[in-house]
Design a protein. Structure first.
Length: 444
């Protein structure tokens, strides 16, 4: 490892070429190979590459992930082809298997429960809490008026501030209050809109407190800690589900009766509600599907995950997010989850492939996209639980992973075909595949 003796001052002000030259000089033993690798993944269209460079800071190149699709997703009676960006082939394959399974059993059903988003102004004020609450009620309308210039366009589209209140948190932290605002942001995720509103509210609220006649000098000392949206949006929530008579679950690949499969499947879901170690992996599988569609459509999968995991812990214990019911001879598998998505603004509008993904989906509204994303999360979860309670997760996963192993071993076409045929009925592991390829090469 090279030792960098001096800091790289002013790095962000360098051109991309200068950044690369400095990086390869200081961090790579073969600077020419490193430089060529960075440039190899630049987009051939300079205008597109410039747009991509400006998505982030200190960009050197593009990190490419595969974009695949899940066809035959029957959602609310409409047949969709859903894009996914993920490096794990088994996730796309599993979602596609679920889509095909439910295609002949009524498909997926989904409804958006609410699209409310939340922001907070956190502040410290030392005084009698009831006095602050009374003051807030007095100036509330004034504060809302100060946001009109920022909210005007959103209000024309049917959005804006939908609720405004104060919360007394002084029993948890001395002097701690919140101004809580709820928003409707229509087809935008709305982060910049919300944060701009909150900063204006916080600044103007502080000024109103400082000039208030009912406060003494000590009470006029209000400290704004921060003004920021919350990624926990439990009231921006979607529900999606599949259901059919239990006997309709019959499928030769199950290796058991439909009723036995349904009960075993239900037990797996109940275990995810009880055991945190299982719940974590259970929910990771759901987000395998959700994240892949979020990335494909230019949405913030990190915010979605943070919110989803917080929601999974809402009763004080982290639990699996999906639910199961076997009542009245029906199998009903569902997922209710909060997520804040957008179909306009940000990367959804700027990234060429995000725009293409939204075109592929028929230019959905943000609410429609919530249903699509949650549906793929449920599809992925169904496929994972089905595998776990029947053949086991590794059989399908490693079969999809075989080509990655072959790429690692730099296998040629003949070796790939031979390996695919040989491992149809054999346990796949890196060691087994490596030995198989070695035997082929020694034989040749």
């Amino acid at each position: 490892m090279k030792k960098i003796l001096t800091p790289m001052n002013g790095f962000s002000k360098l051109s991309k070429f200068e950044k690369i030259d400095l990086i390869v000089k200081n961090y790579f033993s073969d600077s020419e190979i490193a430089k060529a690798q960075f440039k190899k993944f630049w987009h051939s269209d300079e205008a597109v590459q410039k747009t991509i460079d400006e998505f982030s800071e200190n960009t050197l190149t593009n990190f490419i992930f595969p974009m695949g699709v899940v066809p035959n997703v029957l959602l609310n009676g409409e047949l969709l082809c859903v894009p996914m960006v993920i490096e794990e082939s088994s996730v796309v394959a599993a979602s596609a298997r679920s889509a095909n399974f439910w295609l002949t059993r009524g498909g997926f059903n989904s409804e958006v429960i609410s699209t409310t988003k939340v922001g907070q102004v956190h502040f410290i004020w030392n005084g009698e809490p009831s006095k602050m609450i009374q003051f807030f009620e007095k100036v509330k309308s004034t504060l809302l008026t100060t946001t009109k210039a920022l909210s005007e366009n959103m209000e024309k589209r049917g959005g804006g501030i939908t609720h405004f209140s104060i919360i007394d948190k002084t029993h948890e932290e001395v002097g701690y209050f919140q101004l809580l605002l709820e928003f409707e942001t229509c087809n935008a995720m709305g982060a910049n809109f919300i944060n701009s509103i909150l900063e204006v509210v916080g600044r103007n609220f502080k000024e109103l407190v400082m000039s208030a006649e009912e406060f003494n000098d000590a009470e006029k000392d209000l400290q704004i800690i921060m003004a920021i949206l919350s990624n926990y949006t439990p009231n921006c929530r979607v529900r999606t589900f599949v259901e059919c008579p239990i006997e309709d679950l019959n499928d030769p690949s199950l290796g058991m009766s439909a009723s036995e499969f349904a009960e075993k499947f239900a037990r797996a879901i109940r275990i995810s509600k009880i055991d945190i170690t299982r719940a974590t992996t259970h929910n990771k599988g759901i987000f395998n599907g959700i994240d892949a569609v979020a990335v494909a459509t230019g949405n913030d999968y990190r915010a979605i995950e943070a919110c989803g995991h917080a929601y999974a812990s809402r009763d004080g214990q982290y639990r699996g997010l999906s639910d199961i019911s076997l009542a009245n001879g029906k199998f009903r598998f569902s997922l209710e989850i909060p997520m804040a998505l957008g179909t306009v603004g940000g990367l959804t509008s700027l990234h060429p492939l995000s725009r293409l993904s939204l075109d592929l989906l028929g230019q959905p509204t943000a609410a429609e996209l919530m249903s699509i994303v949650a549906t793929i999360g449920l599809a992925q979860n169904f496929a994972a639980i089905r595998s776990l309670v029947t053949s086991g997760i590794q059989k399908g996963h490693m079969k999809m992973h075989l080509m990655n192993i072959m790429n690692h071993l730099e296998a040629n076409t003949n070796e790939r075909e031979a390996a695919k045929k040989y491992f149809e009925n054999e346990v796949i592991s890196f060691k087994a595949v490596r030995e198989f390829v070695a035997d082929l090469r020694n034989y040749e």
